[in-house]
Design a protein around this ligand. Structure first.
Ligand code: HEC
Length: 112
């Protein structure tokens, strides 16, 4: 009995540990990469290059380029929220938090 209890305690500890200690940022990034795959890849391609047929047709810029990376987080979130040119607005579809995490995700693209 005591052994079962201590195993349970150990299991509970590890579950709690992995959800608490895994940085919130890592989870948000995982989330952002899913959102990116669902909503953005069509035009921006999985790596952000814009090298997809739709991206080329609309001349979406390479999100990894210095030109895009030099924009502020506020610029990136504003473009995603309100859209720009042929880029659709996502302000109605995605929450501000998710849009912020997408901007952070775009910052990670050149490092991949
Ligand atoms: C229907 C195609 C399409 C989809 C879907 C799309 N984009 Fe875009 N995106 C574009 C185009 C085209 C541009 C260039 C807009 C311009 O400046 O004319 C752009 C520009 C951008 C920019 C600004 C980069 C720059 O040119 O400075 C960001 C950031 C961006 N998109 C992020 C996203 C994110 C994040 C998503 C998914 C939530 C997304 N886009 C979905 C087509 C798309």
């Amino acid at each position: 009995m005591r052994q079962i209890l201590s195993r349970l305690a150990l299991a509970a500890f590890f579950i709690g540990f992995s959800t608490l200690v895994l940085p919130a940022e890592t989870r948000a990034q995982g989330e952002a990469s899913k959102v990116f795959k669902t909503n953005c890849v069509l035009c921006h391609a999985a790596n952000g290059s814009g090298d997809s047929p739709a991206g080329k047709a609309m001349s979406a810029k390479d999100l990894r380029s210095a030109e895009v990376q030099k924009e502020s987080d506020a610029d990136l979130t504003a473009t995603i929220t309100k859209g720009r040119g042929k880029m659709p607005a996502f302000g109605q579809k995605l929450s501000p938090d998710v849009i912020t995490s997408l901007a952070a995700y775009i910052r990670q693209l050149p490092k991949k």
